[in-house]
Design a protein around this ligand. Structure first.
Ligand code: ADP
Length: 230
């Protein structure tokens, strides 16, 4: 579903990612761990095409995206959802309008259909009936769930998560972990999750990629990573 081949990335000539190779199979949850500044968010931005690599190839659903223009990329992105680190909800819109945003922007769905998708998606993330609440009335964990609902409303094949449990208490973190797993089970999505929450990584991952000093230094199952000298 996703493959990075020999990817190098620099900002202003400063190398951030060096020779990254990573394969994410369809339906898999790939967790990327590593210290702050290792390049994890940069990796996500490359996969969604917000950044272009300095060199190397990025394949999504069998198509190489790094040479694509913005219009073609937007077609590819139609199958991708992203849950941002700080939820990034639109503060002036209700929960329902946030979740409906992509549906209104990118589909010709009629209003009744949109409202029913919003209702169903909010129910999936445990926020049934919260359509008319404003984001500033929500806790951090609820915002994350709205952000997840917005990401999955368009029925994407891929969901990218940037630090989905950061700043949440352990109980809310485990709720978010369960939601990431149930989203994969119910919708069959492929997920790439960037985190430095090791409990979350070991709970949700099929494979864990460990980043350090611009490189992926190890990829393995949670058990393999647990027993790694790294
Ligand atoms: P992580 O998500 O692992 O914390 P990032 O991908 O955010 O790491 O950042 C990796 C490195 O790239 C950091 O040293 C950061 O300062 C640098 N960086 C990130 N974005 C930019 C940018 N837009 N311009 C210049 N440097 C950047």
């Amino acid at each position: 579903m996703i493959e990075l081949k020999n990817v190098f990335m620099s900002y202003n000539e400063r190398c951030i990612l060096s020779d990254i190779n990573l394969k994410v199979e369809s339906g898999e949850i790939m967790v990327v761990i590593g210290p702050s500044g290792a390049g994890k968010s940069t990796l996500l931005r490359l996969i969604i095409g917000l950044l272009k690599p300095t060199s190397g190839e990025i394949w999504v659903e069998g198509r190489e995206i790094s040479g694509m223009d913005e219009d073609t990329l937007n077609v590819i992105r139609r199958n991708m959802g992203m849950v941002f680190q700080y939820s990034a909800l639109f503060d002036s819109m209700t929960v329902g309008e946030n979740v409906a945003f992509g549906l209104r922007q990118h589909t010709k769905m009629d209003e009744q259909h949109i409202l029913s998708v919003v209702r169903r998606t909010l129910r999936m993330v445990g926020l049934m009936g919260k359509e008319n609440i404003m984001p500033n009335e929500l806790s951090g964990g609820m915002k994350k769930r709205v952000s997840l609902a917005r990401a999955i409303a368009l029925n994407p094949k891929i969901v990218l998560y940037d630090e989905p449990t950061s700043g949440l208490d352990p109980i809310m973190s485990s709720t978010i972990n369960r939601l990431i797993m149930s989203t994969r089970r119910i919708l069959g999505v492929t997920a790439v999750v960037v985190t430095h929450d090791m409990d979350s990584a070991f709970t949700i991952a099929d494979h864990i990629a460990m980043m350090y000093d611009k490189k992926i230094i190890e990829i393995g199952t949670p058990d393999e990573i647990r027993n790694s000298p790294n």
